[in-house]
Design a protein. Structure first.
Length: 116
């Protein structure tokens, strides 16, 4: 089973930056790209972006393209989400998960709050 641990959230002002981390362990987590997702209060969880473990190919949602950057440290089994030019609408709990399409073992996530 895959275990995921997200960290790095906090309270920032609009325009600030944050870097989130996601460390994975367990079996077969490298079989899928690692995705970042977020869920704002009262909204559905949405895809933010993803990265492949070996080749570090990245994908981003249009809403974060140009502001967020995903990177990977394969030696640490850790994926990062660098968030720049944060906006109040980026406020959400951020999660990481393999991009299986039907992931159901979500971690606790990390809260990001952006004040205007």
């Amino acid at each position: 089973q895959v275990q995921l641990e997200e960290s790095g959230g906090g309270v920032v002002q609009a325009g600030d930056s944050l870097r989130l981390s996601c460390t994975a362990s367990g079996r077969d987590f490298r079989n899928y790209a690692m995705g970042w997702y977020r869920q704002a209060p009262g909204k559905e969880r949405e895809f933010v972006g993803a990265i492949t473990w070996g080749t570090a190919i990245t994908y981003y949602a249009d809403s974060v393209k140009g502001r967020f950057t995903i990177s990977v440290d394969n030696t640490k089994n850790t994926v990062y989400l660098q968030m720049n030019s944060l906006k109040p609408e980026d406020t959400a709990v951020y999660y990481c998960a393999p991009t299986t399409g039907d992931w159901d073992n979500w971690g606790q996530g990390t809260q990001v709050t952006v004040s205007s």
